[in-house]
Design a protein around this ligand. Sequence first.
Ligand SMILES: *Cc1c(COP(=O)(O)O)cnc(C)c1O
Length: 383
Amino acid sequence: MRLQDLSAALSDLESNHRLRRRATLASPQGVDIVVDGRAYLSFASNDYLGLADHPDLVRALQQGAECWGAGSGASHLVTGHSEAHQQAEDALARFVGREAALLFGSGYAANLAVITSLAGRGDAVFADKLNHASLNDGCLLSRADFQRFRHNDLGHLEQLLAGSAARTKLIAVDAVYSMDGDEAPLPDLLALAERYDAWLYVDDAHGFGVLGEGRGAAAEHGLRSERLIYMATLGKAAGLAGAFVAGSRLLVDWLINRARTYIFSTAQPPALAAAVETSLRLIAEGEARRLRLAQLAARCRDRLAGTRFDGGASRTPIQPFIIGSDAHVLERAERLRRQGFWVPAIRPPTVPENGARLRISLSARHEMAQLDGLLDSLLQDAG
Ligand SMILES: *Cc1c(COP(=O)(O)O)cnc(C)c1O
């Protein structure tokens, strides 16, 4: 893309209803947000447990900064790795029931790191068609043979595994799919990984804090195999920022030596790491929050079932309201905004062509009546 092409390309995006713009919040993240001086009821964050502005977490971050300063000042392998980071890693490993864990600046960085550290030229990576973009980028960057299987289609995956002569094989999936809220069949995937001597890499960005009493999708299924690599982000239900990878000590030692986004990147502020244990405590004590989320999800499912907007059976806080056309989804999101609801319109390429949708994200802080208000408005308008 040349400099002189940018303006026309942006106009093209605009006329195709594909131009992206940011909303600037004038409030902390939460269910009540302020954008451009107007208050909205938001169904648009990944702060599923409502921890992003929890007073205990804010205090932990403040105390962490007082104790450890603002910046880490170096990468982990130089002098950026503090006791705060180490304690957070130990606590995270214990929390998800694995031998060791490694902190990353973001889930995106973790996905690039793990896949490229384990798979290279001559190897093969197998990815679900609906995987998050960061997993796909990791697969591409690895230079391994990149094979995509139909969404949650174990037969197709097995066919691809059986047909591959690669020495190292890695299967990568989202535990909870970020645009549909449905889940990967982790026990069956692990069985396939065992049968074909492959790694199973699980990105639990949307399950951590929510599923398995907060310990995530792999813990919910009691999966502990050494070939299962678990990744979760700390910026969603955990209310902070960053991510971690958990698995065997051996795996973590390998990542410390090979993971480029770990080695060539400044460590997260230690204050953030110092707040991780508070976040884990709030997650562990969050049974009432998870119960509320489950009730909200069930209501959403019940009310959308049988309508043409039904996006399948999600029991998670991600509830898709399928519309189809890009123009219609934008129009619908705009109409909701005029009624005081903030719900994001998701368009291709984030979702498949003709799969434009409103993505309703639930929070434990939503009242049932608030969700009903949104659904009343959406279903009335449906005509
Ligand atoms: C959000 C997300 C990521 C990226 O994590 P960040 O910490 O936001 O970089 C990775 N995978 C999935 C499935 C996600 O939803």
